[in-house]
Design a protein around this ligand. Structure first.
Ligand code: G4P
Length: 506
């Protein structure tokens, strides 16, 4: 069976994702000093103008991949941007994982972004391990937390640990499986490996710990893997509690690479042919090269460097000479990769989000949708001689999935669509910094967009009547620009033979 575990951490900003990531990487020996992830992150952030937005807002716009090994298991941790504006990007990243860790702040419980990301996981039955973080601080009572997770997420919870007090009273964490308690040590009260194998628990905690164990469902591997039950771990990323147990849980319970949908078919990781799909394209990871990295989630086969793969969007094979594996310390050139691994493929815009790559060019992975934008803006060029540069820039950025671009059938102004406000700021900064195009954005008289499909005759008729509200997307597909949701319903009723779709799969 595969020793790959490809997962993401989902959480609300500030719950402790960065701190936990750092500790997980330390466990894997991937980095040597806590703090390095953040420090390197900051160095990277200084590199280009648009990344300043990240810095100012204190959020992470880019997402990356960290690969590390522990006890013979290879972990691929995909970072998801935590800001709610980037739900589309995050969604796509979550299509590339087999499981997720949900980090919850013990004092705050389930927060809005946690919930939203959880729903995305649920859509795809991605199994979740819960980590209740910051028990070294005052938090909500354990039972309140467990019930909140169960009620708000409609999920069975199965506690695997029990914190002995929180905040000032924190005395360690009981692990049900071993019956031992991990104890805080020294002035920093960190966990340094001291486990109490036959602990004497204060009576109230002993009772509560037992109640929690018998009062909730037992761990059930199938229920977990179906996404119906979540095992709950308690800990402190900052003080290193619960981290080992968490990573061992992923190694032991989290699913190895799962089959991926390709139309009616499921492509098994056992298939000999190398197949994969692009879930993310990122520019400027290396400021010295104006390259783009396409992130491919490998679905099957054994990839070897130099191998020829055919991107579905291109039709002719490309040789992948310098694939990148994302070991946490540095980018490393990969020689081989297995199902479940993420490969970075440098390219100049040939590879796009949603593309399938394969040896035989027969498979097409499905389930990586574009979402109808909720904010639409007209792009206003400050220097009209830069039309060509603008078009190129918009095409590039839409390829990366930063924005969607629409070319109206009437009128010359391009329209950009996003699902979150922040994407617009990124767009304007990057146009200026990378393409030397100064542009402003003005309100467009549209509220949303729908992809329109149907029989040619019906389409032609519809086009004839609605030209002022029609545009083509980057692929040349027809898009109806709606003034309001009501407008969408109205057109749908008037044109029952056409389909107005809020998502488009490529
Ligand atoms: P995020 O990536 O989910 O946004 O959270 P991050 O790890 O950056 O953590 C947010 C804050 O919570 C940080 O404090 C971090 O030190 C703190 N934190 C994380 N895990 C724990 C924990 O287990 N216990 C306690 N007590 N605190 C924790 P900060 O003051 O905002 O940042 P910093 O200046 O300490 O880096």
């Amino acid at each position: 069976m595969s020793n790959r575990r490809t997962f993401a951490i989902i959480s609300h900003p500030d719950a402790g994702k960065t701190t936990l990531t750092e500790k997980l990487l330390l466990q894997g020996g991937a980095i040597h000093l806590a703090g390095e992830v953040k420090a390197r992150g900051q160095a990277r952030r200084a590199r280009s103008d648009w990344m300043k937005i990240e810095q100012q807002r204190g959020i992470s716009v880019t997402s990356s991949v960290m690969t590390f090994e522990r006890n013979g298991v290879t972990f691929n941790l995909l970072d998801t941007p935590g800001h709610e504006d980037f739900s589309e990007d995050t969604y796509r990243t979550l299509t590339a994982v087999d499981s997720a860790i949900m980090v919850i702040d013990a004092a705050k419980g389930i927060e809005p972004q946690t919930r939203k990301l959880f729903e995305v996981c649920r859509l795809r039955s991605v199994p979740i391990i819960t980590f209740v973080n910051k028990v070294d601080r005052e938090g909500r009572p354990v039972f309140v937390l467990l019930d909140e997770i169960a009620d708000m997420l409609a999920l069975d919870v199965s506690p695997q640990m029990f914190p002995i007090g929180m905040g000032g009273q924190f005395e360690g964490i009981l692990d049900y499986a071993s019956g031992s308690v991990a104890r805080p040590e020294g002035p920093s009260k960190e966990f340094q490996g001291q486990r109490d194998a036959s602990p004497e628990l204060p009576e109230e905690f002993a009772e509560e710990a037992e109640l929690a164990q018998v009062g909730y469902p037992e761990f059930d591997l199938d229920a977990y893997r179906n996404g119906d039950l979540t095992p709950v771990y308690f800990g402190s990323a900052l003080k290193n509690f619960g981290v080992t147990e968490l990573i061992e849980a992923i190694a032991k319970y989290a699913p190895p690479p799962r089959p991926q949908p390709a139309g009616d078919e499921q492509i098994s990781p056992e298939r000999d042919e190398v197949t994969g799909f692009i879930f993310k394209v990122q520019a400027n990871m290396d400021p010295n090269h104006r390259d783009r990295i396409a992130f491919m989630r490998q679905v099957s086969g054994t990839f070897k460097r130099g191998m020829k793969l055919t991107p579905s969007g291109l039709g002719k094979p490309i040789a992948v000479h310098s694939p990148i594996l994302f070991f946490a310390q540095d980018r490393e050139i990969a020689d081989t990769a297995e199902a479940g691994d993420i490969i970075g493929i440098p390219n100049h815009g040939t590879l796009r989000v949603g593309d399938t790559l394969s040896e035989k060019n027969e498979v097409r992975f499905t389930g990586l949708p574009n979402f109808a934008p909720e904010i639409l803006r007209r792009v206003q060029l400050k220097d009209p001689t830069k039309t060509k540069q603008l078009r190129k820039a918009l095409d590039d950025l839409s390829e990366e999935g930063v924005i969607q671009v629409f070319y109206p059938e009437l009128g010359a102004q391009h329209i950009v669509g996003v699902v979150g406000q922040l994407q617009l700021e990124v767009l304007v900064s990057r146009l200026s910094a990378e393409y030397k195009v100064e542009a402003g954005l003005e309100a467009a008289p549209f509220a949303t967009a729908r992809w329109v499909t149907g029989e040619q005759k019906a389409l032609d008729e519809f086009e004839g009547f609605n030209r002022a509200n029609l545009a083509k997307d980057r692929d040349g597909d027809l898009v109806f620009m709606a003034k309001s949701p009501w407008d969408v319903n109205y057109q749908q009723e008037k044109n029952p033979d056409l389909t107005f779709s809020a998502t488009k799969e490529r």
